[in-house]
Design a protein around this ligand. Sequence first.
Ligand code: PMP
Length: 410
Amino acid sequence: MNMSDFYSDGARRLKPSAIRKMVHLIDKPGIISLAGGMPSTETFPMDIIRELFDQVYARRGPAAFQYGLTGGIRELAVWLAEFMATRGVTASSENIIMTSGSQQALRLVGEVFLDPGDVAVVELPSYIGGTTALRNAGADLVGVSQADDGIVTDELDATVARLKAQGRRVKLLYTIPNFQNPSGISISTSKRREILRLAARHDFLIIEDDPYYELFFGDSVEQPTMKSLDEDGRVIYLSSFSKILAPGFRAAWMCADPAIVRTIEIAKEAADICSSTMDQAIVLAYCKDGHLARHVPKIRRFYYERRNVMVDALRRHMPAGVTWTEPSGGFFCWARLPSGLDSEAMLPESVDRGVAYVVGAPFHVDGGGQNTLRLAYSKEAPNSLTRGVEILSKLISDHLRDPNGSRTGN
Ligand code: PMP
């Protein structure tokens, strides 16, 4: 039977994630993976999770497995509203909705705000799951470059002005302001303020996607959240338990204007009725009993150590001409090769030599970034990180010497 006549316009627009498509290539036994952008399973507090599961089950019994409110367990929404004060935001439970991961929030924002042909502005590079969710909603994605201190605001201004002059509707900016996936870049305070000014002037919304907030390596996140600077309710703030507990919980929250929260809630009713009630009950106990506050400093140290190992290896081994970011939090370094080298073309050879990374081009909605790659230090043990960077550096040096030669098996 030929299905193609049956698909909706929306289904025809669907694109698989470029990273997930690459998995068959890089997911080989024994390979050192600088590709996987996931937290290390070593950071999952398994003893606490087991204890909290038992506690929730003892207290709530089968009710812990019943459907729940679409917006999430109220007590958790109240806790998170208060928790937002640690991110400079005054909120009440009316501002909070639980989602099944921030990924669902991105999907729902796309559904609620974007019509086919609307423009969503995104950073170059940007998180593929985010750009895919917005694109699948039918938006045209337009990229704006980043400097070391975040999105280039003059370019953002000029881009939006140009699009508006062409009669385009720029609905929103999607930004990951802290320790960005994939670049590791954080946006400076002055640029955050400028982004808000531009959003007010050109009248667009801001999706502030902030799953790495707690994973800073200094004393704190130095810059205020954009939500804390938001005076007219145009910032939709997203954060998640995936990196500070475990992603299997699929527990995340949105903090936004109550009118937005109510609309998202209606869209979510049709998406999944509610996020897992058992997951939320465990998350609530994890937060309320102080486990979150005790756990997070440990994982900061864990990832800081790995980041230092990777940065040290990059400094020691990478040939001249290669540059990279040295992030102050999160999971990722972002490397740029001398122009002319193509990270996608090099990947099969890199995998043959025993190391995988994620090629940079799919993070660029403008089709650029062929000479870039994402290196995650979150997953591998320190000695593998060092070895992985060594292998990769040698591969890049070989290609710089002889761009066309085949060295598979060296
Ligand atoms: N946003 C960003 C920037 C991410 O890196 C991720 C996960 N890699 C997500 C959203 C989705 O996270 P989750 O759905 O697990 O909360």
